[in-house]
Structures are given as structure tokens and as C-alpha cells.
Write a protein that binds this ligand. Structure first.
Ligand SMILES: [Zn+2]
Length: 137
């Protein structure tokens, strides 16, 4: 009787894995972003943004995250935009100090694809596109 109870109290490997993945789900809580702000974005992207935001020390206000194909066309996004894959964000830029801090944070954390626009910075982690690029738009 005692033996049977002992065996049943030991978790099988799949049960342990399930627990592990459950933990990963919970870890979708970010320091600087509410779930709603980053809806549909890849977790790795948001984790990197969270760290970049910490480094930058200024608010990251996301003006565009995940886009449907239709919405992407409406806003003049390129075909195959990383926004449609949940791999890109646009971060609002208010002034040159803010731009400098956001860029510094993004680069320090390891973003390799950055677009600089008058009123926002685009950052993505789309590894199907060239790395170590920074463009003006
Ligand atoms: Zn963008």
C-alpha cells in the first residue's frame, strides 16, 4: 500500500515538462509592458524590449506592433513586413534626447535591425532579413 502511494507521488517526465511550460506561460509578465500593449508579439521580442526599456530609462510607447496583412497595407507597410509576423514594433520618439536613449537601449540589448523615422523608431528581430542594418525612413 505504502509502495503504491510513493510511486504515484512521483511526477513523470512529461508531467514535469508540462509544469515547466506552464511556468514559461506565466513568465509572459513583463516589467514595462502590459499584455494588451504587446498583444500578438513574439515573447522574445517583448523580453528584449523590456530589457532595452530598462537600459534606456525612458518610456517606450509602442505606436505599432502586430499588424494584420490588411492593416499593414493600409498604413503603407512593406510586403512581408516583420510587423505581420509579430516580430517588429514602432516606438514613439518625442525628441532627440528620447531618440538617443531609445536607440542606445536597443543597440545595447542586441537589436540588429533598426529603422529611424522622424516620429518613431522601428525595431525588429526578423532573422530572415539582413542583420546589422539601420535605415532612415
Ligand atoms: Zn515598423
Amino acid at each position: 500500500m505504502l509502495g503504491i502511494m510513493k510511486i504515484s507521488s512521483v511526477l513523470s517526465a512529461p508531467a514535469l515538462l508540462a509544469r515547466h511550460y506552464h511556468f514559461l506561460e506565466i513568465s509572459k509578465v513583463y516589467k514595462y509592458f502590459k499584455e494588451k500593449e504587446v498583444e500578438g508579439l513574439q515573447i522574445r521580442l517583448v523580453q528584449m524590449l523590456d530589457r532595452a526599456r530598462e537600459y534606456a530609462g525612458v518610456p517606450f510607447y509602442i505606436t505599432s506592433g502586430l499588424r494584420s496583412e490588411e492593416h499593414n497595407t493600409e498604413v503603407g507597410g512593406i510586403d512581408g513586413s516583420s510587423h505581420t509576423k509579430g516580430l517588429a514594433v514602432d516606438i514613439r520618439v518625442l525628441d532627440s534626447t528620447c531618440r538617443f536613449k531609445i536607440l542606445t537601449g536597443l543597440i545595447a540589448i542586441g537589436f540588429k535591425r533598426i529603422g529611424i523615422y522622424p516620429n518613431h523608431i522601428h525595431a525588429d528581430i526578423d532573422n530572415l532579413k539582413p542583420a546589422n542594418v539601420m535605415w532612415l525612413g
